[in-house]
Write a protein that binds this ligand. Structure first.
Ligand code: CUA
Length: 170
């Protein structure tokens, strides 16, 4: 079997590209710390509303108060527990004052929903029975105001009505 010179060049080129792509992926994951939202914990979906409380492991020593399923820390960090269900997000009135970092822990009671804060990079698919966790580092120039939280995963006849508003105060 003869392998032509051009064919060899292309084969090496393609292999080289594969190495470059895998390298870029590894760099993004470990070098830049860009990871996809992930599931941290399982929860019995039918008992979500009783079981899903701000958990002790997310409460740190400088907790100011817990309010509306939201843990507010002295240093501007927030831990927000969110439950998605057909066709709303709970809690429905989230107010964050001078947030620096928000850790969302999100789950669903019934079907798959998509949690997205419009105009930001917060976007995570939410499965019943699993808690997804994402940390949102608030960009310093993020304008104060009201942000729309939508469901971006079709979840039934009222999907388009599944939204809530989050207010950021500065
Ligand atoms: Cu929930 Cu669409």
């Amino acid at each position: 079997m003869t392998v032509h010179k051009e064919e060899k060049i292309w084969a090496f080129f393609v292999l080289g590209m594969v190495v470059v792509f895998l390298g870029a992926l590894a760099y993004a994951a470990w070098g830049l710390g860009l990871n996809t939202p992930y599931t941290v914990q399982q929860i019995p979906a039918e008992k979500t509303l009783e079981v899903f409380k701000p958990s002790v492991d997310c409460i740190n020593p400088n907790v100011k108060r817990v309010e509306n399923n939201i843990v507010i820390c002295e240093d501007g960090r927030y831990y927000v527990n969110i439950v998605g269900m057909r066709f709303r997000w709970l809690p429905s009135n989230i107010v964050l004052t001078n947030p620096k970092e928000v850790k969302f822990r999100i789950t669903a009671t019934d079907v798959i929903h998509g949690f997205q804060i419009a105009g930001t990079n917060v976007n995570v698919m939410v499965f019943p029975g699993y808690i997804a966790e994402i940390t949102w580092k608030i960009p310093p120039n993020l304008p104060a105001g009201k942000y729309l939280i939508v469901c971006n995963e079709y979840c039934g006849a009222g999907h388009q009505d599944m939204y809530t508003v989050m207010e950021i105060r500065k």
